[in-house]
Design a protein around this ligand. Structure first.
Ligand SMILES: [Zn+2]
Length: 295
């Protein structure tokens, strides 16, 4: 790695705020180490709601799309990353039984070949060595998160192929693709028990009661990135998404010091790799650093 050619990480997310709740401390750590980090935000979060009671006001609802862009710019600066919107429209989270149809023109309804094109273009321009995204279930079942997974995998495979999207720039093959795996049953249980041991009330009791162990993904974790020193940066970036985060809500219910002591990592599954990097790993660039110097 030279100064002229730093390592590069691309994090693909569905909505503004997702980058601050998934992998944010990892990004802040790599920025501090001189890695260039880019966040690609697939949609503008136009169909999100106001989740902070203090901001649930008509003047906020009226300007929500612009406000979410301003919040994203603040979070970007706090994390020290670069950020681009890929220009798709939020699909919203369908609710009801039966579920209503998705709104016309939304991200989740765009065919994947077409929906992946802006990401292929960004990959060929930014030239990331490593990409992070969501697993095939979206991490959580929002149609935009599942679509984000699909376009990330599609673009990871297409960007290096000169026969695909030939109009979108010179081919670039990223070396590794990761899925976020931070919200696992063992982590939540460990935090829960530490809070109880300190004599406090745990905010996770109900979650844990309803958690179907068959849906836990912790067995898929290959990579644990130590980033506890950056949990406070992550929290500051989350708070910058003021309309989306209740500062008195569950996100902040577990004391930082407990998180740092009990679960100091953000966790990932290595989903694709074109370099040799045996699990377990503690670095998203494992196997990449030597590769990049050799080139
Ligand atoms: Zn989201």
């Amino acid at each position: 790695m030279t100064e002229a050619d730093p390592l590069r990480l691309l994090a693909v997310h569905a909505h503004p705020d997702d980058e601050s709740s998934k992998g944010a401390a990892t990004m802040a750590k790599y920025v501090a180490e001189g890695v260039r980090v880019m966040v690609a935000t697939c949609t503008g979060g136009e169909r999100g709601s106001v989740l902070n009671p203090a901001l649930d006001r008509p003047d906020v609802w009226e300007r929500l799309p612009e406000i979410r862009q301003e919040e994203m710019a603040r979070a970007r600066d706090i994390l020290g990353v670069e950020q681009e919107f890929l220009g798709f429209v939020d699909s919203g989270l369908p609710e009801g039984d039966p579920l209503p149809p998705l709104p016309e023109g939304c991200f989740a309804l765009v065919p994947t070949e077409e929906a992946a094109a802006p990401l292929v273009e960004l990959i060929r321009r930014f030239k990331p060595h490593v990409i992070t995204t969501y697993d095939e279930r979206g991490g959580y079942p929002h149609p935009d998160h599942i679509k984000t997974h699909e376009v990330s995998v599609h673009a990871f495979e297409a960007a290096g192929d000169p026969d695909r999207y030939p109009e979108l720039g010179e081919p670039w093959q990223p070396l590794k693709l990761y899925y976020h795996m931070s919200f696992t049953l063992p982590r939540t249980r460990a935090l829960h028990e530490a809070i109880l041991a300190s004599g406090q009330e745990s905010p996770y009791a109900e979650w844990l009661e309803n958690w179907d162990p068959d849906r836990d993904m912790s067995h898929r974790v290959t990579t644990k990135v130590h980033c506890a020193d950056y949990f406070a940066v992550r929290d500051a970036a989350l708070i910058a998404h003021a309309t989306q985060i209740d500062p008195n809500g569950r996100w902040f219910a577990c004391p930082l010091e407990v998180q740092q002591r009990v679960w100091p990592t953000e966790d990932y599954e290595l989903a694709r790799s074109v370099v040799d990097s045996p699990a377990p790993e503690d670095d998203l660039f494992a196997g990449v650093r030597s590769e990049v110097v050799v080139r």
